[in-house]
Write a protein of this length. Sequence first.
Length: 327
Amino acid sequence: MNNSCGCNNACLSGNGFNYISVTTNSGSVSLTECGGGGGEIGFRSYFPTGSLFITAMSYNCATPQIRFNFTGGIAPYSASISRDNNGDSIWSYTNITTTPFDATSIPLGQIYYPAIKDAAGVIVNGSPIYDCATLDLTFKINPLSNTATGDIYYPALPVSGSQNRGTSYTVSGSLNTLVSVSAAATNGSTFKGWSYISGSLSSIFSTDITIQLPLTNTGSIIYALIEKNVISSSFCYYNADPIGTVACDACAVTSTVYMNNNLITGSTNYTNINWYNNESLTTLVSAGYYKLISSTEGIDSPIYQVSAGPTQTKTLVGYCNDTILTC
């Protein structure tokens, strides 16, 4: 295509030129011929005389019945409303000599893929017909790290009757049915957004926990991206206050403490968030005394008294070289 209006005569002429296919990701596209107006007829005038076109499709879901309106091509024609496992048209209707043609005795409640073929083997595909079928859309939790967890809720939160549907749920309905779902991150995880591509932060189309979409096709999956940023530190663990004892420096028992790094922001430090004994951040550490193991030789590390859950507190009690005051 060489000029601003989108096409030129030289490009759209010549033997064997059968059809133009245009694919869009969203919205609509208007194809405008390069001169003379005339809409659809004007656009078709740039094709070789006698080119095969589907001019209109209509259907009756109750019967069911599909009507093909087409023009051009070489008789007899064949028609198809379904495809095989390879995506190729199944030509169930043959020796068609007139237009319009009604395809009857077709399977009920399916997606139909109309196509016309003429005697010369020229094939023109119409747009899929979703109106008669039950469509579905799957929503799935997509952890970006091994410890991230979350659930799908349908109907959406906080609608009355909303239910936890687990990590994957498929919603079904008729064409253009509005579907609302929510994603809830759990166990200290963070919801990042919704994407049509698994594991892709760059393809997020919404960061709202709740989304509403119409059913327009079937078999699609939308991913709720969930992330958990877990950090860990090593501590010496004591059942009783070790200050002033030989055990304080000995560090007989070490413990790995896990924390949610997403919660450490601004003035919030690691002493103001929960400490866990597992990477999935589901079990709080045992009550006791914890001394941070320093990576720098000769630097004394603080000792914290940690209370039992469910409300966990951490109190700085001192250092191993502190002197116990007696009266």
